[in-house]
Design a protein around this ligand. Structure first.
Ligand code: MOS
Length: 741
């Protein structure tokens, strides 16, 4: 690869549109004659709707409709599951019956001519319930863990060797139980949908990380052909997984619009985003590790349990990292679900790995202390040569390079290992480290490339950009393959009319969509080559394919012969019509079976703890990653900084607490759902080790984003121990954990 565009620290091609307000988000696609819908949410956590007094509200000024289970259309709710829907169970069927399954479930929708009037009427709607006490705590005696009925990519039980016998015989062991509280995504942009029907055609301007699936899902819900639904979402103001699935508010917007015969806008409140659009499931884990005196792991037992709703089995890769992270002959991982009276959880910021690796990396740190060994040395001694879970080699693995580069850059050698041994004035100082990993996913994707008469290119994919810089990086890939300046490439996404892409999640957009764009650009170039060869007036007439090459958007004969033709010239010779190709690409299944593909990283954190008030603050952090080729180092750095900030939130702040009486999220607002703000963010450093992976895909990209969250929480927790001598096995770590030091 010549690499004139890939690898360059290009500024965002959509940056100007974003800062000037020219970029339109879902709620900004206002339509003529638009009405406004407001959801009425259940105020009990379990039970039955006894009555809804719609008549009083229907008379209020401006009210166009009040829809509840009493008068809602019976919807088809045809089965439809994509890769991001839970493999078992049925999505919530809104307004189809009188059952309340969780606190905040939509029980009615009020539509009015203005937002104020809709809100006023929704607040006035009187709903009575026959309420029961929900079970919302996985430690509740009534909560029943179960093996997931189906796992998708997740294995419920994995065993190699004899972990129990090996543990009994181990010279040293640790046994750690962790509790990571429920978290909500809380992106800046709220969920929003503007729905409008034109006969049987439904258009949705809707916040979505997966427009192709939103189209298919809503078509299934309404029992209409997929081509009757169009989903448009060019910009996303952060999502972190909460817009991967299509949640009930999209259906409600479409119901409302059909009911009143007008376009309807529905925006969720911040409060509603705490209970109807998924969350990171609370997890309870036990991690037991046995080792020899010289620090070789002999046994790992990882038991993980995640909450789910009663109506769907949400599964994530909670225990997956444990299977391959370290060399160990005896390993058992077990995954269980606990159905509760809550809304279904969903993927959130490094789903699975960020929770599972917290348990593993906390236990590894404890083992290092028990052995009196440097935690990096412990990992070095257990660095595997292959993926011992799958018994195949890694496509590439740079973990030790990450630790070496990170230790150097961070100044790890200055750390004195003894807990409570480092101070800055009255503050206790701690340094911690942890391993990060995330799978290098690549689902099938398609893409369309079109060369225009002026020699510029258009690329279209139904992909999304929730902030990592997809517009920019994809433009770079196309510019690279086509040999055009980036300014001559126009990339469009976020429209279900475009060729489908996989979900904009799992850190796979670069690998999946980038690979498809590369292939589409090559395909369109090949079409032009064939044209040139077939054209008697072309200097390439009758040339062999091997005798030609593309250089900076010009086709020429190899070996210095001067005649060449530009895209514009070849297109003009063919009559001037644009030339386009639409292709689909998937990872070669043979290669996928031969290698274990993951990105790896090493995270370093320095914290201070105020011993008088128990306040832990991150002072600096470094993430070093081996993630294959980095397409845009500037945006990659920015993306990793974002992930690391998410990790600070996970470790020290973020938690949605539920009222045990009714499952109500008590901090369903930004005043008390704590997120890191600028003052909580110190100097964050990101470094990428050079990693060439010839197996993952022709671009050599593993994907970025989620990995940068994965190691942060354990690194912070390990630093808290180093600073204070206190192990906290609960996230977030709060002031009350660190009192009386
Ligand atoms: Mo990410 S949780 O896969 O959007």
């Amino acid at each position: 690869m010549n690499l004139q565009a890939i690898g360059k620290p290009l500024a965002r091609v959509d940056g100007r549109a974003k800062v000037t307000g020219a970029a339109h988000y879902a709620a900004e696609f206002n339509q003529p004659n638009q009405a406004y819908a407001v959801i009425v949410s259940s105020s009990v956590g379990l039970g039955r709707i006894a009555s809804i007094d719609t008549a009083a509200v229907a008379r209020l000024p401006g009210v166009l409709a009040v829809v509840s289970h009493l008068n809602a259309p019976r919807l088809a709710y045809n089965p439809h599951k994509s890769g991001i829907d839970p493999p078992v169970g049925e999505r919530l069927h809104v307004l189809q019956d009188d059952l309340v399954r969780f606190y905040g479930q939509p029980v009615a929708i009020v539509v009015a001519d203005t937002l104020d009037r809709a809100e006023c009427a929704a607040a006035a709607l009187r709903v009575t319930y026959e309420a029961r006490k929900p079970v919302v705590d996985p430690r509740d005696k009534q909560a029943q863990p179960m093996a997931p009925a189906a796992y998708g990519p997740v294995e419920a039980d994995n065993v190699r060797g004899d972990p129990d016998a090996a543990l009994a015989a181990a010279a040293v062991s640790v046994d750690v139980s962790t509790d990571i509280g429920r978290q909500n995504h809380h992106p800046m942009e709220p969920h929003a949908t503007i729905a409008t029907w034109n006969g049987e055609q439904l258009t949705l301007w809707s916040k979505s990380q997966y427009v192709a699936n939103e189209q298919a899902e809503i078509a299934a819900v309404f029992g209409i052909p997929q081509q009757n639904v169009r989903v448009i979402c060019p910009f996303i103001g952060g999502a972190f997984g909460t817009s991967l699935r299509t949640w009930p508010h999209v259906t409600l917007a479409a119901i409302a619009s059909r009911q009143v015969g007008r376009p309807v806008k529905l925006v969720l409140t911040r409060r509603q985003m705490s209970y109807t659009t998924g969350h990171r499931p609370r997890t309870l884990q036990r991690m037991v590790i046995g080792a020899t005196r010289d620090g070789r792991l002999t046994s790992i037992i990882h038991e993980g349990m995640g909450e789910t709703s009663r109506y769907e089995n949400f599964v994530e890769s909670l225990t997956a990292g444990t299977d391959f992270m370290y060399s160990c002959p005896n390993v058992r991982t077990r995954y269980r679900l606990v159905p509760l009276d809550i809304g279904t959880p969903t993927y959130m910021r490094g789903p699975g790995e960020s929770s599972g690796m917290y348990a593993l990396e906390t236990a590894m740190d404890e083992l290092a202390y028990k052995l009196g060994m440097d935690p990096i040395e412990l990992r070095r001694r257990n660095e595997p040569t292959i993926d011992e879970g799958l018994n195949v080699p890694f496509s590439s693995r740079s973990l030790m390079q990450c630790y070496a580069a990170g230790a150097e850059r961070f100044g790890w050698a200055k750390r004195t290992p003894e807990p409570k041994s480092m101070r800055d004035g009255r503050l206790l100082i701690g340094m911690g480290t942890a391993t990060a990993t995330y799978p290098a996913l690549q689902f099938p994707s398609s893409a369309r490339a079109r060369l225009l008469a002026d020699g510029s290119a258009e690329i279209e994919v139904a992909a999304s950009d929730m902030g990592p810089g997809t517009y920019t990086s994809m433009t770079q890939v196309a510019a690279e393959i086509l040999g055009l300046p980036v300014g001559r490439v126009r990339f469009s996404l976020g429209n279900s009319d475009f060729p489908p892409a996989p979900p904009h999640g799992g850190s796979q957009t670069m690998a999946a969509v980038g690979s498809a764009i590369r292939a589409a650009c090559l395909a369109v170039q090949n079409m032009l080559v064939e044209r040139a060869i077939a054209n008697p007036r072309s200097p390439m007439h009758n040339a062999g394919l091997d005798a030609l090459e593309w250089v900076e958007g010009h086709l020429r004969r190899r070996g210095g012969i001067s005649a060449e033709q530009s895209y514009a010239e070849i297109i003009a010779a063919g009559g001037g019509a644009p030339v386009e190709a639409t292709v689909s690409v998937e990872r070669d299944p043979e290669i996928a079976a031969k290698y274990s593909m993951h990105a790896f990283g090493a995270v370093f954190v320095e914290i201070s703890v105020d011993p008088d008030v128990g306040l832990a603050r991150v002072r600096r952090a470094l993430g070093v990653y081996g993630a294959g080729r980095i397409v845009n180092p500037r945006l990659a750095r920015s993306q990793c900084v974002g992930g690391m900030i998410g990790g600070i939130g996970m470790a020290l702040m973020e938690h949605t607490s539920l009222d045990a009486r009714d499952g109500r999220p008590v901090n369903a607002h930004m005043a008390e759902y704590l997120l890191p703000v600028n003052l909580d963010i110190p100097q964050l450093d990101v470094h990428f080790v050079d990693e060439v992976d010839p197996h993952v895909n022709p671009l050599g990209v593993k994907g970025l984003g989620e990995i940068s969250l994965v190691g942060m929480a354990p690194a912070i927790s390990n630093a808290v121990f180093h600073a204070t001598g206190r192990r906290i096995h609960e996230l977030p770590i709060r002031i009350e954990h660190l009192l009386k030091l």
